[in-house]
Design a protein around this ligand. Structure first.
Ligand SMILES: *Cc1c(COP(=O)(O)O)cnc(C)c1O
Length: 228
């Protein structure tokens, strides 16, 4: 059970984060490893957009929490897990291969839905982060679109995990430029979302043109080390 002090702390941190983000930037509260009760507490403050990294955890929470929550899947998606989230997911952030697009198309069609997704772009120096290169993305849109049940809403990226703001800002600028360059290529008003920025680098991301930030720690507090 959350104590009154914990509830007040959550409300205060949420207010601070919300207040620092322009109203035209979407705030997704990253609730991975946090309890159903904590998500419900933030929901009770009026928040609706939540992000999760793990399929099992997402499905469990979705089943136990209000139906009008917009669930964002922000983790690395494996093809064999797509069918579990296809019926309800609001936006999938980390799509990083055409093989995954094939699976999304299949599962969206059988769920009778259009799935909204973001293509992940590799911008960081670490090679542990997934994503398309700029060349691969341009190639993807160079041929006729063959996934009618998949709607590309924009791009997502993660900057290098470093204290060097110049490095992070440069990576965000590269991603923002690619987003702007792709807009006329994609040619759809639905291509409107640039997901970049987390607790540590949201301000830099917003300056660079982010339209959606994914914030966990700054709202919920530090995650237990073994799960983060
Ligand atoms: C965990 C996570 C976040 C949130 O990170 P914080 O530093 O806690 O804000 C954002 N995006 C992705 C992809 C994540 O895995």
């Amino acid at each position: 059970m959350m104590t009154e002090v914990e509830r007040a702390g959550l409300a205060a941190r949420y207010g601070t984060v919300r207040g620092a983000i322009p109203s035209n930037v979407t705030l997704v509260a990253v609730s991975k490893t946090r309890s159903v009760e904590e998500v419900q507490a933030l929901y009770d403050l009026g928040h609706r957009a939540f992000g999760e990294n793990y399929i099992q955890e997402l499905c469990e929470k979705q089943g136990r929490l209000p139906a009008d929550i917009e669930w964002h899947f922000i983790g690395h998606l494996q093809s064999n897990k797509v069918k579990q989230i296809a019926p309800f997911v609001h936006l999938i952030h980390g799509v990083d291969s055409s093989r995954l697009l094939d699976e999304l198309e299949k599962r969206a069609a059988s769920a009778g839905r259009i799935l909204n997704v973001l293509l992940q772009v590799h911008i960081a120096q670490e090679d542990t982060k997934h994503g398309f290169s700029a060349e691969e993305l341009l190639e993807l849109f160079d041929t006729p679109w063959r996934w009618p049940h998949v709607r590309i809403r924009g791009l997502m990226g993660m900057a290098t995990n470093t204290d060097d703001d110049a490095v992070v800002s440069l990576e965000f600028a590269v991603l923002a430029a690619l987003f702007q360059r792709l807009r006329p290529v994609v040619g759809s008003p639905d291509f409107d979302t640039l997901s970049m920025g987390m607790s540590g680098d949201a301000a830099l991301a917003i300056t660079a043109g982010s339209t959606l930030v994914r914030i966990g720690t700054a709202i919920f507090g530090e995650r237990p080390a073994k799960l983060s």
